[in-house]
Ligand binder design. Sequence first.
Ligand code: HAM
Length: 425
Amino acid sequence: MLKAPRGTSDTLPPDTSKWAYIEGVMRQVSRRFNFEEIRTPTFEHLELFARTVGETTDIVEKEMYSFKDKTGRDLALRPEGTAPVARAFLEHGMASGPLPRKFFYMGPMFRYEKPQAGRYREHRQFGVEILGSASPYSDVEVIVLAMELAAELGLTGTTLHLNSIGCPSCRSGYKAKLIEYLRPKTDLLCEDCKSRLERNPLRVLDCKQEGCRSAIVGAPSMLDHLCPDCKAHWDQMTRILASQGISFEVDSALVRGLDYYTRTVFELKWPPLGAQNTLVGGGRYDGLIAELGGPPIPGVGFGMGIERMLLATDKGSKPIQAETAIDVFVIGLGTDQTVGEKAFGLVRDLRRAGLCCEFDPLQRSMKAQMRQADRMNAKFAAILGDDEVARGVVTIRSMSEGWQKSVDESSVVNVLREEVTGCGK
Ligand code: HAM
């Protein structure tokens, strides 16, 4: 039998209702922060990611789902959302419009990674980007948004990790110092880090291999090598965070696996998740728009893994409840077909009135339908039989309390609506 490709998964009910809930909260919180939704294609020219995420990064070097289309164009399924948003921003002339612009997006990303809990070849991200603000208030605004989202979804105990990786000018001096420090320790480094030491030494700081981790102990810190402007940005940002009572850990080994970052990089982690515990990764990318041929417009944003958020909330103290209960199960059973038709009309009226309503198209026995109503956690059953139709009434039954009563057919929709509201709908 055919199965879904490795690293992908189907989302089935009732989990789909949890997804809908999370996505709904993401939309609401984005609206409150006045971010507008942007949607970009799921595939782009491969060059977009090579130029921005970086040729020597794992994402571009090893993980991209790249392919040639029928006319030989080099394309790639998007591994991330920032470069596509920057491309769309430029392509549609937004660089010359009012700034800053604030976008959010949700959708699938593709990376050929080794699948494990919390790491997939297709994952979904919620992301935000602010384009056109170099202010540290914007760094803090996106950090606050990420934290409020986590809190709104019932997650407590997230930790904020923060670093600055400077700008190209201060970073080049730092890189030279780092290479100088690591060169005598080359033997300790993994093969990947050996080969990228000269090209991209910051990646060594981020490597999870034991040898590399021991090699970086005591390595110089970027924070001690920031130029005056980058230092001022860092000082202001950390001061704003402190003024808002937001605690953070400074992590000088936090460099992130994408080349476009400048200055601020941050991650929001939830430690109980284990190995893949980074819920949110983000930072500033002041050179990205210019790299794509646009004016020097700064940017800052983050991406949040939606699968990881769901894993975390499931494990946390307030798991999201799947929404499966229905309001009314309508049972129409009579000797004449008109009873079924009347019942079907009642289902339509109840649905129009905003109630979640179900019926049995197979018209099984009364006992079977009552069992079905129970299984669906119906709050009420509405029963129409020969007798009810003759009397112009509908019998309604509270499934939780067991009482039942006859209600005139002209008022049954209103009565049920009131009863359902009374049940805490
Ligand atoms: P990223 O750190 O590569 O950043 O991904 C962001 C988040 O997506 C991660 O923190 C994680 O929660 C989730 N994620 C990444 N890869 C996987 C995977 N294979 N399986 C499951 N979840 C995953 C970016 O993509 C940047 N574009 C974020 C950004 C936006 N920076 C600035 N603006």
